[in-house]
Every structure is written in C-alpha cells, then in structure tokens.
Design a protein around this ligand. Structure first.
Ligand code: FFO
Ligand code: ATP
Length: 188
C-alpha cells in the first residue's frame, strides 16, 4: 500500500471513531506514555492536538507531565507554511495559544528554544514495523529532525498495529525510536 493510500485510510478511520471510543483510546495512550522512562529527559517537544480532527489528545500528556515532572521543559511547535519548517517555543502558564489557518493552536510570542531536545512526540497517522511514519505528508517533522538536535523520537498513534515495512522511503525519512499506541508501545 502506498503512503498516500494509508494516509487517506487512517484519516477516514479517525473520523469514524465515536466520542467514547476516542476518549478510551486517548486514556490508553496516556497510560502507555506514563510507562516511559523519563529519567534523563529535560526537554520534551510535543504537538498541541487538533481535537476536531481526532488527533491524539496530548493535553492529557502535557497535564500529567506538569503535575508529575514539573522540571521537564515543554516545547510546542509553530509552523511556517512557506518553508515547512517548525520553530520550538517554550510552553508555560503564560503562553497564549492562537489558531492558525489549519486550526492548529500555536504560541503567540514567547521564548524560542534552539538547544538539544531530549524527546520529540510525533503525531502519526500510521507507522510500519521498522519505525517509518506517515504524517500529513508535508515533511514538517523530517525537516525538523534534519535541522535540530533531537535525542529520541516517539510517535503517538491511535491505531495499534504497524503496517508491513513501507517500500516507498525517501532519503529524508527519519525513523522513530518507538511508537505509543493504545494497545502497546513498539520499540524499533
Ligand atoms: N496538532 C498538530 N500540530 C502539528 C502537526 C500535526 O500533525 N498535528 N504537524 C505535522 O506536520 C505540523 C503542521 N503540519 C501540517 C501539515 C499539513 C497540513 C494540511 O495540509 N492541512 C490540510 C489538509 C489536512 C488533511 O489532510 O486533513 C487542511 O487542514 O486543509 C496542516 C498542518 C506542526 N504542528
Ligand atoms: N529535509 C528536507 N528537505 C527538503 N524536503 C524534505 C525534507 N524532508 C522532507 N522533505 C519533503 O517533504 C515531503 C514529506 O513527505 P512524506 O510523505 O515523507 O511525509 P510524512 O511522512 O507524512 O511526514 P510529515 O509528518 O513530516 O509531514 C517529501 O516530499 C519530502 O521530499
């Protein structure tokens, strides 16, 4: 199956989820996220979800981090749709979020972070058995990994099974170290 077809199918599957199924899957993602060893982690880059598009509810993860790992610096992305690059902003109680034209909440002003990032949580539509990913297909995360120093990349996916290894890979594709799904976490 081509990535474009997988993307289409995964987007469709998401729209078919009932509210209660979506809530249950998000809770399971949180439980599996809580099992990660965050001992060495000082900075986490995490996306703010487009809940109306049924993206994994990372607010649950962010709130858990704030309560249980208050010393971890939380970074959120701001996208430039001309260059397809993302900039990292420090997410604090003072951060003002504003919707961009794609309905993504993004920081307005605040502190830009340019140092090493210990862990990036990556939004996924699907993934394969060796850690290749399918996102929206604009290459934001591939560019981000090419231009930033990142120690670990972990995907969040509402679908619990990997696809067979994608045949279609490009030199820009950066593999995940792990993928958290509602059923289990896969390590690659
Ligand atoms: N919540 C969230 N934030 C994120 C991402 C993401 O996947 N989820 N990104 C990950 O890259 C970056 C933004 N990437 C984007 C890539 C493509 C489109 C886009 O083309 N949207 C179209 C069609 C989307 C669709 O097929 O449903 C649209 O909304 O009209 C939007 C954002 C950074 N922030
Ligand atoms: N570092 C880079 N420089 C230039 N182009 C890039 C770079 N990284 C990725 N791209 C381009 O961006 C597009 C990404 O498509 P791909 O199907 O891999 O997206 P994806 O896996 O869904 O990823 P994402 O979630 O990052 O959008 C490809 O056309 C690729 O050539």
């Amino acid at each position: 199956m081509l990535k474009a077809e997988i993307r289409k199918q995964a987007l469709k599957n998401r729209t078919l989820l009932s509210d209660s199924a979506f809530e249950r899957l998000n809770h399971q993602l949180l439980v599996n996220f809580q099992k990660l060893d965050l001992g060495e982690v000082k900075t986490i880059h995490i996306f703010i979800p487009i809940l109306e598009k049924r993206e994994p509810d990372t607010f649950l993860l962010i709130n858990w981090l704030k309560s249980n790992h208050p010393s971890i610096k939380i970074l959120i992305p701001k996208s430039d749709f001309e260059t397809f690059e993302m900039i990292s902003y420090v997410f604090t109680e003072e951060t003002v979020l504003k919707k961009n034209k794609y309905n993504i909440l993004e920081p307005e002003g605040g502190e830009v972070y340019t140092g090493t990032i210990d862990l990036v949580i990556v939004p996924l539509l699907a993934f394969d058995e060796v850690g290749n990913r399918v996102g929206y297909g604009k290459g934001f995360y591939d560019r981000f990994f090419a231009h930033n120093k990142v120690n670990k990349k972990i995907g969040l996916c509402l679908e619990s099974s990997p696809y067979p290894k994608f045949m279609e890979t490009s030199k820009f594709d950066v593999k995940l170290d792990a993928c958290i799904t509602p059923d289990k976490t896969f390590f690659f």
